[in-house]
Structures are given as structure tokens and as C-alpha cells.
Design a protein around this ligand. Structure first.
Ligand code: PLP
Length: 415
């Protein structure tokens, strides 16, 4: 069954992620995609002219070399393109490799507008590799459309792209993608959206006007904390050719085994997101009712405007949330006291994880900037897993009690 036939049946994404042709064209009709753990493929026609077999550019058959293309990766890439409603998908060795591939088209003198609370690694890449070659990287609050409009159309600027993460990490604030797409297209620029936080089950930026979507598939898409991968999905053929060229020329494609693992993880994406999101709802309620918590951050629960955008462009708030205790020391004691939650960077995995972004994922952002962009030292981020919901809430509860004791004892010791 082709993807078009699947779509014509009206099946939802969650269904089609489980029920699809695992290996189109395979004579044995396997129900799971085989792992083509091979570097090379023998050409059909051995007398083909060697001179135009130039690795990757003019493959002899459908596949010749796994850097250029591999059947396991192809199945994955077409599933990913379908999930985001794009024309083509590309799998990379990590989210950062995918992001770097997207930005290769920029030249000295071009302007790139980026959201002001991006993932720390994206920030580092832009500051240390993109800006130094002469690309004008301008950070803007992408939620403020007037600012975006002014920065995009500034006299003398050649704005080529706008880069947005929504909801932002860790504060979970929403950017209006349709409105930013209109601004980008109005000045001939492309809109890139890092959709890692919600996954295509909950938000599809291409439907809202974005040109390119990227993911760190290390998070929700993989979902098991056992691989790193990145994804680019485009709907325009010219951009697809550009990404395909970079993926092959730089050799940053996802290896066959990781592609196979990611396909396996993807099958349960719908189920995982549903369970993790519903437990995150319970955790949000618990935190909001707890006297030690001064502020909770969850997608779609900010101000009225942010709520309206969230409701329009997503199908849920996901399972990442953050909160503040008002005291860095209490937050640290609390994180240390959690038993079920593993203290790790990253999110979107099966297991519940907890982190202090200011010390972990966002540590590559200079300290003064961190505070200015909403990552104070007492901010704690949670990613809710698939464990039994009661166990998750009970762990948070016991950690609060224990943190309160630790901080009281430390204060008494000092007195
Ligand atoms: C983790 C992450 C990345 C980077 O992806 P890797 O797979 O770690 O290279 C990019 N963007 C966002 C929003 C992320 O959370």
C-alpha cells in the first residue's frame, strides 16, 4: 500500500505509524523493515560507465552507497515526510546535524532572524559557526510580530530565513507560525520551524505555512532514549535538492542501524504522546496546587494571546513543563531528591526526566543572557514519561518534602 493509498483510507497518523508497508517492493513482504546494514550495493549493470558513477550524484541503481541512500533510511524518511505532510524527509545523525544542513545555504551578508530562546546547541552553532562567516544573525522575540516584521524588512537587510521554536524551551511560550510565515514570505525569506518540542502528532508547521521543519529525533520521535538522530522535512523540491546535496556531500546522514531503531520507536509515537501528555496534565495540576511552587510553565497556559495561538495551531500541550520555586537551592535539593525522575538533559523519552536548564541544556548560553531570556537558576524542567501516573506524582511529592527538610537543615546548620 502506498502512502497515498493509506491517506485515502482516512487512517490517523497513530494508525498509519503501525500499519504501513514496511519495505515497499520487497519480494518477501516483511512486516517490519529489514536492517540493510551495508555500505555498498552492487550495480545492476556492470558495464555502466565508471566515469559518471561519481559517488552519490548519479547512482547506478536506486542505491549504490549508504551515505547517499539506504533502503532502511528511505522507509524512515518517507514515514517522516508523511507525518509532517511534507514532500521529502531526510534523516541525519543528530538534531544538530539536521540544523546545520538547513543553514548551509546562507551566505555572507544574508540576514537570519532567530527566536531569542532557542535550544542552547542551536544558539552555540549560530554564534560560533554561522555568525563568524558573515551571516547576520539577529535574535528577536518571535512572539512579537511587529518586531519580527521590522527586523525582517529592515532597510539594507537581505533576510533569507526566519528560525522559530514553538513552544519555546523551557518556558513553553507559543509563536504564531501562520503569521510569521506570512512575514517571511512577504520579504522572500523561508520559515524554518524546529518542531522537536511537540512532535508532528501535536503540531504540523508545514500546514501552517512553514517551508522546512526540523526535529531532534533524539527526543519524541525516537522516544526511547537510545539513539541520537535529526530530521529535516521540506515541501519544496528546490529546498529538498539542497538538503539532499548537503546530506550526501557532508556525509551526515543517519546510519542504517539508527534508522532502523528510529523506525521502531516511531511506531508507538501516538500512544506515547497520549499517555505522557495526560500524566503531564496531572503533574501540572499537582504543581499548581503546591505551596512551594511559585510559577508553572506549560504550553498554552500562558497569557490569553499565547493560549489562543496554542489552541489554533496545536492539538495538545505535550509532556514537557517547567516550574520555579523562587530559590535555586530548593530547586537543586528537590531535583536531587527525586527517585523516579532521572536527572538528565533531553526530553521526550519513555522515562520521566528532570533537569535544571540553567545548569544543563542551556549552560552554553552566557549567564547574563540566560537570565534575560527566561532561564533563571531556580527553573526546573520536567519531561513526563510513560510510568504509572500515580508513581510519577508521588515521586514529586516525596521530593518536595525531602527538599524542604534539606534546606531547613542547611539553614539551621548555618545559624
Ligand atoms: C535536543 C534539541 C536539538 C538538538 O538535537 P540533538 O539530537 O541533540 O543534536 C535541537 N533542537 C531542540 C529543540 C532540541 O531539544
Amino acid at each position: 500500500m502506498t502512502i497515498e493509498q493509506e491517506r485515502a483510507r482516512g487512517w490517523s497518523d497513530a494508525t498509519r505509524l503501525v500499519r504501513y508497508d514496511a519495505c515497499p517492493g520487497d519480494a518477501y513482504r516483511p512486516t517490519a523493515t529489514p536492517l540493510y546494514q551495508t555500505a555498498t550495493f552492487a550495480p545492476d549493470d556492470l558495464v555502466a560507465d565508471e566515469s559518471d558513477s561519481g559517488i552519490g550524484d548519479a547512482p547506478l541503481g536506486p542505491y549504490d552507497y549508504s551515505r547517499s541512500g539506504n533502503p532502511t533510511r528511505s522507509v524512515l524518511e518517507s514515514r517522516l515526510a508523511d507525518l509532517e505532510r511534507g514532500a521529502r524527509g531526510f534523516a541525519f545523525a543528530s538534531g544538530m546535524a539536521a540544523i546545520a544542513a538547513c543553514l548551509r545555504f546562507l551566505r555572507a551578508g544574508d540576514r537570519l532572524l532567530v527566536g531569542d530562546d532557542l535550544y542552547g546547541g542551536t544558539y552555540r552553532w549560530l554564534a560560533h559557526a554561522v555568525a563568524p562567516v558573515g551571516v547576520e544573525v539577529v535574535r528577536v522575540d518571535t512572539r512579537d510580530l511587529d518586531t519580527v516584521r521590522r527586523a525582517a524588512a529592515a532597510p539594507g537587510a537581505t533576510t533569507r530565513a526566519i528560525w522559530v521554536e514553538t513552544p519555546s524551551n523551557p518556558r513553553q511560550e507559543s509563536t504564531d507560525l501562520a503569521a510569521v510565515a506570512e512575514i517571511a514570505h512577504g520579504c522572500g525569506a523561508r520559515l524554518y520551524v524546529d518542531n522537536t518540542m511537540l512532535s508532528p502528532i501535536l503540531q504540523r508547521p508545514l500546514d501552517l505555512g512553514a517551508d522546512v521543519v526540523v526535529h531532534s529525533a533524539t527526543k519524541w520521535l525516537g522516544g526511547h532514549g537510545d539513539l541520537t538522530a535529526g530530521v529535516v522535512i521540506v515541501r519544496d523540491a528546490a529546498i529538498a535538492d539542497e538538503i539532499a546535496f548537503t546530506q550526501n556531500a557532508e556525509g551526515t546522514a543517519l546510519a542504517p542501524f539508527e534508522a532502523w531503531l528510529l523506525l521502531r520507536g516511531l511506531k508507538t509515537l501516538g500512544l506515547r504522546v497520549e499517555r505522557q501528555q495526560s500524566t503531564a496534565n496531572l503533574v501540572t495540576d499537582f504543581l499548581r496546587g503546591h505551596p512551594a511552587v511559585v510559577e508553572v510553565f506549560r504550553a498554552g497556559q500562558g497569557d490569553v494571546r499565547s493560549r489562543a495561538i496554542h489552541e489554533r495551531q496545536t492539538r495538545g500541550a505535550g509532556a514537557v513543563l517547567a516550574f520555579r520555586t523562587g530559590c535555586a537551592r530548593t530547586s537543586e535539593a528537590w531535583v536531587a531528591a527525586c527517585r523516579l525522575f532521572a536527572t538528565t538533559v533531553s526530553f521526550g523519552s519513555l522515562h520521566s526526566t528532570i533537569s535544571i536548564p540553567g545548569r544543563m541544556s542551556h549552560a552554553s548560553i552566557p549567564e547574563a543572557e540566560r537570565e534575560r531570556h527566561g532561564v533563571p537558576p531556580d527553573l526546573v524542567r520536567l519531561s513526563i514519561g510513560i510510568e504509572e501516573p500515580d508513581d510519577v506524582v508521588a515521586d514529586l511529592q516525596q521530593a518536595f518534602a525531602s527538599a524542604a527538610r534539606d534546606v531547613a537543615m542547611a539553614r539551621a546548620g548555618r545559624a
